[in-house]
Design a protein around this ligand. Structure first.
Ligand SMILES: [Zn+2]
Length: 130
């Protein structure tokens, strides 16, 4: 079992309906010769929490920070739904309990990569309402 120290939040960077599907994102990542989708969870616009990589498997979602983190991706670029944020909050609360993580362990991707705007939603606002 690896030690989980943080959770990193992402978006899929596409609002196209046909991309609102974990199998499509999995195919993008398999085409890069990765073993599977890079994220551990992918939340589609209907609020469904889709399982990606097993949590015990290191993800591929944030350079230099994959080893000790869980990656969660919301489907979307600029248009996210209340159902997604509702599911995200519940998932975060569950993971915080399970891995004994404080709110300060939850980070937007752009904190680690200043060139990115990912996840394009206000993570602090989510943390404030947990
Ligand atoms: Zn990201």
């Amino acid at each position: 079992m690896r030690k989980i120290r943080k959770i990193i939040l992402h978006c899929s960077d596409s609002d196209l309906h046909e991309h609102d599907n974990i199998q499509v994102v999995r195919q993008w990542h398999l085409k890069r010769n990765w073993i599977d989708i890079g994220y551990h969870f992918f939340i589609t616009k209907d609020g469904k929490v889709n399982r990606g990589r097993d949590i015990d498997t290191i993800g591929a979602h944030c350079a230099r920070h994959n080893r000790d983190s869980i990656g969660i991706c919301l489907s979307g670029r600029h248009q996210f739904t209340d159902d997604q944020f509702c599911s995200l909050r519940l998932l975060l609360l569950k993971l915080m309990m399970e891995y004994d993580l404080p709110k300060t362990a939850i980070h937007p991707h752009h904190r680690y990569n200043k060139k990115k705007s990912c996840p394009n939603y206000d993570v602090q606002e989510i943390l404030d309402t947990l």
